[in-house]
Ligand binder design. Sequence first.
Ligand SMILES: Cc1ncc(COP(=O)(O)O)c(C=O)c1O
Length: 413
Amino acid sequence: MNPAQHRLAAPGPGSADWTERFAARARMGGGDLTAILSLVGAAGTITFSGGFPAPETFPVGVVEGLVADLVEKDGAVALQYTPTEGLASSRVAVADLVQATQGVRPDPAQVLVTSGGIEALQLLCGVFVDAGDAVAVEAPTYLGALMAFRRSGAEVVGISMTDAGLDVDELDRHLRRDGPAPKLLYVIPDHQNPTGLTLSLEGRRALVDLCARHGVLVVEDVAYRELGFDGEPLPSLWSLAPDTVVQIGTFSKILFPGVRLGWAVGPRAVVAAMASAKQNSDQCAGALGQRIMSAFVAGGHFPAHLEAARRLYAARAAAMVAGLERSMPPSTTWTRPQGGFFVWLTAPEGVDTVALAADAQREGVAFVPGAPFYVDGRGRNQIRLAFSGVPEARIDEGVRRLGRLLGAPKAAA
Ligand SMILES: Cc1ncc(COP(=O)(O)O)c(C=O)c1O
């Protein structure tokens, strides 16, 4: 027994403070995401906080037909447990989708179907991260990933970003210094969360070469990859270096999050170990969601569905950028995303965006302050604005409110 436990009073009826008995990892907090999600429903608030897909993109009609059909004709599979790796049909569907969108086909045996992208990250932590292990991430990066790494006891180091994605020269310098190399490098190369930035082709090649040389496994998160507004996407890191990269994907942004479905594709031994870890979590992703997804892929619905989603998000991104140009003070800067859900705004030095978030809430506009996206206190004057879930007219109004808060002169009506 832990000696600290001897000092605790035996819990009597209604008197125990159970929080004193929490494991260390549960006392690390992790409420950042919960706070973001809780703002979503606040009445009257224009919510640029959560990275939520637009419900207008959900393929309700197609899914209604698929579900009725699946339950009637394939209920014994669609309503049952599945193998831990996923149904054979789901693994083939993911392989088909990856081939269609990335030009290289993974062996379905190297595909693991997960309960969303976040589970894939947790499984990777379970497989690779012991307390004290180093993990490198982009600075800033996706909050859910930061929380997963930290809760696993990782020492997380942030590598800066440039306008062309992760700063590969800084990564190079980091890997050359004395001290243990990170076990994992987590990157979101396309339309990144939270910055909206995309890693250049040159950067992609340099990054995978560097990591291969230093024995660092690259974790490539492709959550927003298929949501580029125009032009061909750049090659995925996994397609460039399948032995050095494990790719994790999610259907949350490109289909809908209601089924909590994602995937991992990577070196055989890594995927096998993740599948083994999954036996100790949920054992398998839900069969109904898997069958909906594979029927959606097999039915050839994805290309038109993605095209419509890209158009919708492109219009929202354009509305946000135009609104920022109208409403922000001159010393404020922001990214101009070519895809995905986010604009990343940098206010003048000295602006405290945590305090600003509280004022903004009173004005009926919500965003996420920048600091939690970093591991080292950077980002105090930055904010993430998600345009994905807000119609254009509301985007304009929300950005106007934000501009007033940041002290811009009132734009002409
Ligand atoms: C970069 C990135 N990866 C993964 C996820 C998690 O996706 P899922 O809903 O599938 O867990 C998100 C969600 O916001 C994300 O932004």
